[in-house]
Design a protein around this ligand. Sequence first.
Ligand SMILES: Nc1nc2c(ncn2[C@@H]2O[C@H](COP(=O)(O)OP(=O)(O)OP(=O)(O)O)[C@@H](O)[C@H]2O)c(=O)[nH]1
Ligand SMILES: [Mg+2]
Length: 221
Amino acid sequence: MGWLHTARFLTTSPDLLHLPPLDVPEIAFVGRSNAGKSTCINTLTQQKQLAFASKKPGRTQHINLFSLGKQGVTDAMLADLPGYGYAAVPMQDKLRWQQVMANYLVTRENLAAIVLLCDPRHGLTELDEVLLEVIRPRVEQGLKFLIVLTKADKLTRSEAAKALSIAKLNAGGGEVRLFSATKRIGVDEVSRLLWDWTHALAPAEDEASTQLSIDTNKNPT
Ligand SMILES: Nc1nc2c(ncn2[C@@H]2O[C@H](COP(=O)(O)OP(=O)(O)OP(=O)(O)O)[C@@H](O)[C@H]2O)c(=O)[nH]1
Ligand SMILES: [Mg+2]
């Protein structure tokens, strides 16, 4: 989908305090370290090195923002967050990160959707459950929520079907999709969902408002 290809790096921050306040809808990618968050962002945006992915868990250590939108009109943000649950991280860093993450998820005003990435071979971990609890009040207030089951290329057909039905039970009314960066499973579906969530207006109205903002830029009054 053309829209996600427009992603470009905006900024990086060690915590919520240093993130710029924004008024476009933001989609946060969260989950266990090594679950495939950065790879998922690169696959969706069709850019190899936009977010830094790595075999070594704990690669992403900041909140990284990527802006989306055509013709210089930013209409949404992707946020790549550090993963949790990596055993080799010192306890103090772990606790600090859980705090940064909870703070971001609970108070980031323009947060419109959360994508929780989960490797279905491990299932939802204890820390994933904690995260579900933290975001529950916001999801109940209308925040969109999607569980992406990553690395689906590693599952047989029946394992995939089983993982999907278990995740649906845990998603609390949110969406669930299978995803694979290597086999490009679920890429179009997830892209479509993210577009729909950040563009609640009918397509005709959306076009009109984009046109309006371009005109306004050209001809300020
Ligand atoms: N087979 C397979 N491997 C994948 C897939 N997605 C990610 N990986 C691999 O999983 C590892 C971790 O990927 P990352 O995208 O860096 O994971 P992350 O969740 O951003 O990790 P942190 O930044 O540590 O939180 C890398 O070796 C990726 O190549 C996938 O769909 N299929
Ligand atoms: Mg990462």
